[in-house]
Ligand binder design. Structure first.
Ligand SMILES: [Zn+2]
Length: 147
């Protein structure tokens, strides 16, 4: 089989929405797979980005799509990374299987991120009340530092 004629330069794409379950398992770490693909939740207070406040962008650990800017991150003391808003349309929402929470997922690869909570009355660093808290698993994120 000659591959030379079909060796077309592939475009750099972040879209990996068509991966099978087995392919995801190979691509992700065990923890990332359990959380992103099986919707599990990491232990509170244990995630690598829980108390992480550097300047940069948090990307999807599954597909690399930009999800949250560090400027929207705040310390909610809930045990998981918390953001007041996401990057544009990169995060989609759906009703959780439990029937009352709102689940958040990467809009590009459907990876499970966490949940959105509203009306908690938590003030941000400037004393302004935060409208919604995106409660996100650290394992669903990959941080990229900005200089
Ligand atoms: Zn993704």
């Amino acid at each position: 089989m000659s591959s030379s004629s079909s060796d077309i330069q592939r475009e750099q794409k972040t879209s990996v929405v068509n991966l099978s379950d087995a392919e995801w398992k190979k691509k992700l770490s065990d923890e990332e797979y359990r959380i992103l693909r099986k919707k599990e939740t990491e232990y509170p207070g244990m995630g690598k980005y829980n108390k992480h406040f550097e300047t940069g962008i948090y990307k999807c650990a599954g597909c690399g799509q930009e999800l949250y800017d560090s400027s929207s991150k705040f310390d909610s003391h809930c045990g998981w990374p918390a953001f007041s808003s996401s990057v544009a349309t990169s995060v989609k929402r759906q009703k959780d299987e439990d029937g009352y929470r709102e689940e958040i997922l990467c809009a590009n690869c459907d990876g499970h991120l966490g949940h959105v909570f509203k009306g908690e009355g938590i003030p941000d660093a400037n004393g302004k009340i935060i409208q919604e808290r995106h409660c996100v698993n650290s394992a669903s994120l990959k941080f990229e530092k900005k200089n």
